[in-house]
Design a protein around this ligand. Sequence first.
Ligand SMILES: [Zn+2]
Length: 1119
Amino acid sequence: MNVNQSAPPVPPFGQPQPVYPGYHQSSYGGQPGSTAPPTHYGAYNGPVPGYQETLAPGVSRAPPSLGAPPATTAQTPCGQAAYGQFGQGDVQNGPSSTVQMQRLSGSQPFGSAPLAPVVSQPTVLQPYGPLPTSSQVTAQLAGMQISGAMAPAPPTLGLGYGPPTSLASASGSFPNSGLYGSYSQGQAPPLSQTQGHPGAQPPQRSAPPQASSFTPPASGGPRMPSMSGPLLPGQGFGGPPVSQPNHVSSPPPQVLPPGTQMTGPPGPPPPMHSSQQPGYQLQQNGSFGPGRGPQPNYGSPYPGAPTFGSQPGPPQPLPPKRLDPDAIPSPQLNELPPQQKTRHRIDPDAIPSPIQVIEDDRNNRGSEPFVTGVRGQVPPLVTTNFLVKDQGNASPRYIRCTSYNIPCTSDMAKQAQVPLAAVIKPLARLPPEEASPYVVDHGESGPLRCNRCKAYMCPFMQFIEGGRRFQCCFCSCINDVPPQYFQHLDHTGKRVDAYDRPELSLGSYEFLATVDYCKNNKFPSPPAFIFMIDVSYNAIRSGLVRLLCEELKSLLDCLPREGRAEESAIRVGFVTYNKVLHFYNVKSSLAQPQMMVVSDVADMFVPLLDGFLVNVNESRAVITSLLDQIPEMFADTRETETVFAPVIQAGMEALKAAECAGKLFLFHTSLPIAEAPGKLKNRDDRKLINTDKEKTLFQPQTGAYQTLAKECVAQGCCVDLFLFPNQYVDVATLCVVPQLTGGSVYKYACFQVENDQERFLSDLRRDVQKVVGFDAVMRVRTSTGIRAVDFFGAFYMSNTTDVELAGLDGDKTVTVEFKHDDRLNEESGALLQCALLYTSCAGQRRLRIHNLALNCCTQLADLYRNCETDTLINYMAKFAYRGVLNSPVKTVRDALITQCAQILACYRKNCASPSSAGQLILPECMKLLPVYLNCVLKSDVLQPGAEVTTDDRAYVRQLVTSMDVAETNVFFYPRLLPLTKSPIESTTEPPAVRASEERLSDGDIYLLENGLNLFLWVGASVQQGVVQSLFSVSSFSQITSGLSILPVLDNPLSKKVRGLVDSLRAQRSRYMKLIVVKQEDKLEMLFKHFLVEDKSLSGGASYVDFLCHMHKEIRQLLS
Ligand SMILES: [Zn+2]
């Protein structure tokens, strides 16, 4: 394996390589397996039923000067028959749509029997008295289970900040209950050894607290002012009372080397734990419980609470975390008084914290560049800022994997149930510090490939026989090195020019494609953009048309351009429509634009070729005139009906006539009910939710759009859809074409210019300007032993291997799942090569290659040690979101739970040291799997609340399909940032807190964002000065709820908050509209929907409850 370990000198990349005219590389194209054989396009050239190109009656030409649009001429009813052959359903991409949705027979239905067993940290569970004997502990644990099992955790959402509820009082009376802050008050520095902690005992513990300082568990205790006090510097978290035994765990016998992910098979547990305290295990880096990172909002609740000394320990590698005890109810269950049952809560600080994991990774891995020279390295988390140095493997910005160490056999893989998948973002944008991939030009011979499997030359190819041949690293085929590519080898067998050639030394690079890689063996023309604007009543009335036309005048100067090109090569065209379509001739020689109306929407064609697609600069005056006139022309329209499919058809036909690829920008407002192909009816039916027919809500209501999409893909016609619905528009159906053509969908419900223009214009500007590859085909090759079997994303597949993308931008990902087809080899590892053939925005045909080498293992522990949970969740969410098209939502959810339980049970069984069955043991790399999975399970698609519309669900489902790992991470687990706790002069983002109502202090202000939504939550007791500084009003009650723009005020706090809002927006691919939410206000329910650790109104479990349920599922599997 030729993995480069050292930094190559900066090579003179991009130079044309010498070409030996005599060499003919016959293997390009045409062969099965080639990435982009010319024949690939052949299939699209045939006639397609339903869309005819012949001119038809119904064209009317308007007079040259633009007047009001002519009345609709003859309607041809239809063409529906042509669509009839395509049934509903199946918008699956690719052939393999089998969804494994069967529950294990032994699994428990989730939710039917809520559990709230104790899941606590070993240290948290310390009893109050003297060190208990093992049996005592057991008894106590049993008692806790009892209470837990009897008492589902009370809904945290309902807690509010008012008078203590019974829960609050019960817990609040417990000074050390982590739930209310004292636990976290003393934050151990990250990595410190955990402390013994007398905290999380439920009040009914039979053993009386030995420490007198414990407030008795009377119910009258005030609710802890848990979030009010600032963290005192150096304040440690509670050490145990003096007589408390040292549950500060002794270092584990087995010390992993620094930097090792701590998932490996741990050594035997410390004797003390195993013999005396079953269930109490060593803390690791503190992510469970006490060792949480700085979260400054939790003050000391009770003055009288014991002050626990800080006992920071040295960073220590520790064995896997153990949560505790038995989730299985015991007979004592019924013996407890009811009020005690309800009191029990598991300490949320004692379960794995996403915030802590993110913080730790930032601290540990944010400072050094990630160098890609070593095979199978797990990259830093997506939430960590880091630079990448390409030394032979693709940057994690391009490819992230669920695991960087793959089981050697399919048996192992099946046992572990860890999906093997890569989330690939082939055109990812890079930070300015990182160079774009070099472009390699091999001249007429084109890039060098393996004759058999067609893999492209890459750093892993092995040169032999003095450099005259190379062995393919993917299929082992021996290939001749063409004369013009020959180079001598050095003493290590490496080509002496290895570091001068990107394709021999880097993970990512581009080749200029030869004409063999082009459609019809012709180099492509530059692409075109066509703006297609709904001018029906709704679009005019909302102000959309006027706003859009005004914006386009300047935006057309910002079309994407290649490198340092002075102007964009992209041509533009314009169409407006309601029930009929209006094409515009904007040829530069015209004094005024000309309109041509096509009313025969059943038989769409393009009434003009010359003058429809133009260069912006040449036709500027005519275009400006057109954009001025459009809002006026339709100002008095009464037409409410629209068509939709014919609009896409027209744009696609226009590109076809111009023989170029391109993008349609559709601005659409309503359900297309006008008589035309693709006509839709309102079929929204919320009664279908939770029935077997729920899946139909996600399926398109007609197959017409899939047929249309297929034609678009063949033409390289990508469709971006901007929706402005006032009611149901059937997003599930309207999204089909954008989805299958690699396009984007934006939705602005109840659009009003004054409220929504900033968001819309920001999205539009970004969308128009972003770099796009057109007419693309992506192929993922793998070394022998695994192969790509399933694909998720916005694209089309007509065979099992080629991902076809009419367009692909830098935000879109394709997720690829791999399965074994043979045994892998530990020594050679596993290789991936993603090749993307595309047309650049200047019309250049290119190949972008990404290579990644992974390790292979014969020990399951190695798999679990090298997993990436964020990527796993990205895959699982996409898998589930596709599953809802074909299976009942409940089946999909159950399958997710079962798979997660299997993954964790396999770890427990094969990798963890023997321990009590009552312990929940999570691999270090997957300790957030339960919390994140729970967020997926209760997301709007899988468990909608009453306020979520059918269109919202279809929209989100569509969005998630193309999300990268960073986007799914924050989408499912939103970021919650306290604003007034950190010093006002601090320029860094404040540390986030966990997404739970318990983390909100009514004296503070928080920002919450998930990549799509942005809230500013204002606590009812926030200082008047803060209110004045931010909102320019004198009291909380005067703040306008639902406000979306903060006043621009000249004070440090206002500047800081507005700056933070801007910075959060800049990090996301879509503009997030701000919504100000006041505590206890109506809007707060909306906000609370995003507090994902809490029980949700739609029935989604709290994190704690879900963890307990997961524990139960795992035990079920193990028993
Ligand atoms: Zn090969």
